[in-house]
Design a protein around this ligand. Structure first.
Ligand SMILES: [Zn+2]
Length: 337
């Protein structure tokens, strides 16, 4: 008899952050293993510290939550376990057979105290361990740049991504709240250089910003995919541009709802259906599954249960996620199939 708990359809997930993807009890265990002094002795207080459990969350509150998860993950041993747990857990819980987690190595080195190469190699080891145990899975890492970091530090992240391209690093992304002096145009050359070196590129845009800002980002960065990007729904011209460039939007419904970028479910339905009618490709993702207490199956159920997408439309978005992968024959990481 088939195990009733085994999820049916294979799924792909392209937009989620390692820092907020590790279950609280595993983070708790890693923190103790590392001898990190936590602000709480009680597990449930720690649980509240690393999950989003308040009703009205500000953009600033949200980014403060990253502090503890990033600190706990800031060593080679914890990075190896983090990536291993995320990749293997995604397959066991949601039948995710293709996944591309993102993280910023600069936020895992305790401000330069740890060696970046050791952190990156540990992350790759964790991924390899998961892939050898679950050979049905394909995975690769995306290195995140941050809008709060100076250009020089972001440039180092890109150099490392290029260096480890053949080892399972697939591409680069930019995220984080807007820092002083940050300008997308400063990154045009670096994005082009990454693509010329065989990496793929995406960026967080069209979530907290406006459609105009998104149009600007798309005009100065050479892109292969977009994270969020739903603000384009208000601009037929921008939707046309996304379609012409064949960019897939990696949406995160719960994340955008909790952060009030969607006013409510009705607003989310209107946006999603406008995107569908425009012919722009999009897929569902979790962004920060552990922090938001969600997973990919729940995100898909949210679409289904609120009549946002039909079953056929959902199947199409799952296919679009597989089609938009950054993996190809030259950077394929799973050698165990
Ligand atoms: Zn994100």
């Amino acid at each position: 008899m088939k195990n009733p708990f085994r999820p049916k359809k294979p799924l792909a997930e392209l937009h989620f952050h390692l820092g907020q993807s590790v279950e609280p009890h595993i983070l708790w265990s890693i923190a103790h293993e590392q001898g990190i002094k936590l602000p709480h002795k009680d597990y449930w207080e720690f649980y509240d510290l690393v999950t989003l459990n308040k009703e009205n969350v500000t953009w600033e509150d949200y980014h403060k939550l990253f502090h503890w998860t990033e600190l706990i993950q800031s060593s080679p041993v914890s990075m190896e376990r983090t990536v291993y747990e995320v990749v293997s857990g995604a397959y066991r819980v949601n039948n995710i057979t293709l996944l591309e987690p993102g993280f910023n190595p600069m936020f895992r080195n305790r401000a330069g105290e740890r060696d970046l190469d050791q952190i990156i190699l540990a992350a790759l080891r964790g991924m390899e361990r998961a892939l050898i145990e679950f050979p049905q899975v394909r995975a690769g890492l995306i290195f995140m740049l941050d809008r709060r970091l100076p250009y020089e530090q972001n440039e180092i992240v890109v150099r490392k991504a290029i260096k480890y391209r053949g080892r399972g690093v697939l591409g680069i992304d930019i995220a984080g709240p807007l820092g002083e002096g940050f300008k997308y145009e400063d990154y045009s050359r670096l994005y082009k250089e990454a693509q010329d070196a065989g990496l793929k590129t995406t960026v967080h845009t069209g979530e907290d910003g406006t459609a105009e800002e998104m149009a600007h980002v798309m005009s100065v960065l050479s892109l292969n995919r977009l994270n969020h990007g739903f603000k384009a729904y208000s601009s037929p011209k921008l939707l046309e541009e996304i379609r012409k460039k064949d960019l897939t939007l990696c949406l995160c419904p719960t994340s955008s709802l909790r952060l009030n970028f969607f006013e409510n479910i009705d607003h989310m339905r209107e946006v999603t259906q406008t995107l569908w009618k425009s012919g722009v490709k999009f897929c569902m993702n979790t962004d920060n599954p552990s922090m938001l207490r969600t997973n990919l199956a729940k995100e898909i159920a949210l679409m289904r249960d609120n009549d946002i997408l039909t079953e056929e439309q959902i199947d199409q978005t799952i296919q679009w996620a597989f089609d938009a992968t950054f993996m190809n024959k030259t950077n394929e990481s799973n050698l165990y199939l």
